[in-house]
Write a protein that binds this ligand. Structure first.
Ligand SMILES: [Zn+2]
Length: 206
């Protein structure tokens, strides 16, 4: 795939025999592909992530982040999927999600039928799912594999065939520089604002 590169050595990769392989001989990492559209590309190492500065109103979420994202990078099985919260969400929260998607859509303008849209650390994938139509492809980058599986299932049920799901770290994204036509980081910025109240000056809508 044109967008992807090795998260360790930044070299090109190729699909081969149902896997993705780094083409740099000295690296040669092999990345597993699930369901043909879920590509497992975590870096071997990620920089440590200091969360101590982030005062939180959502201790449980932060604890999840700590468990999920500290090295060693091992996110395969823990926790429920992001997006499960959306299933039983209040009207206010669902309205919040819809408003974010509408605002992001207005900022993006018309989809590029030849270009890719990427959601960095896309969480539940709600936003990318809402905005994916009309693009050549929509790539959901997320660190939590169970969430990617859940999102793959949601996208499949919705018939969104242009979505691709990549497990990786936004600290070392397995993406080529300049390869995307549009990049979203809504969940990274806005949802994280719930921990600091820095974006809207309010906490998560009820
Ligand atoms: Zn490599």
């Amino acid at each position: 795939m044109l967008l992807l590169s090795c998260p360790d050595c930044r070299s090109d990769v190729e699909f081969a025999n149902g896997r993705v392989v780094c083409l740099q001989p000295d690296c040669g990492r092999v990345f597993t592909v699930y369901e043909e559209r879920i590509i497992d590309m975590p870096p071997t190492r990620i920089p440590s992530w200091q969360l101590s500065a982030a005062e939180t109103h959502f201790q449980t979420v932060e604890d999840s982040y700590r468990r999920l994202c500290q090295v060693p990078f091992d996110l395969g099985t823990e926790g429920a999927a992001w997006g499960d919260i959306d299933e039983g969400a209040t009207e206010g929260y669902l309205r919040f999600l819809a408003e974010q998607a509408e605002a992001a859509g207005q900022l993006l303008g018309s989809p590029d039928a030849n270009g890719w849209i990427v959601d960095v650390s896309g969480g539940s994938g709600y936003l990318l799912r809402a905005l994916s139509e009309g693009w050549r492809g929509a790539l959901h980058l997320e660190a939590h594999l169970p969430s990617l599986r859940a999102e793959f299932n949601r996208a499949s049920r919705a018939g969104l065939c242009n979505m691709v799901f990549v497990r990786g770290s936004y600290l070392r994204p397995p993406l080529k520089s300049g390869s995307a036509s549009a990049v979203l980081a809504m969940d990274t910025i806005i949802r994280s604002s719930h921990h600091t109240d820095c974006f809207f000056g309010t906490s998560m809508p009820r």
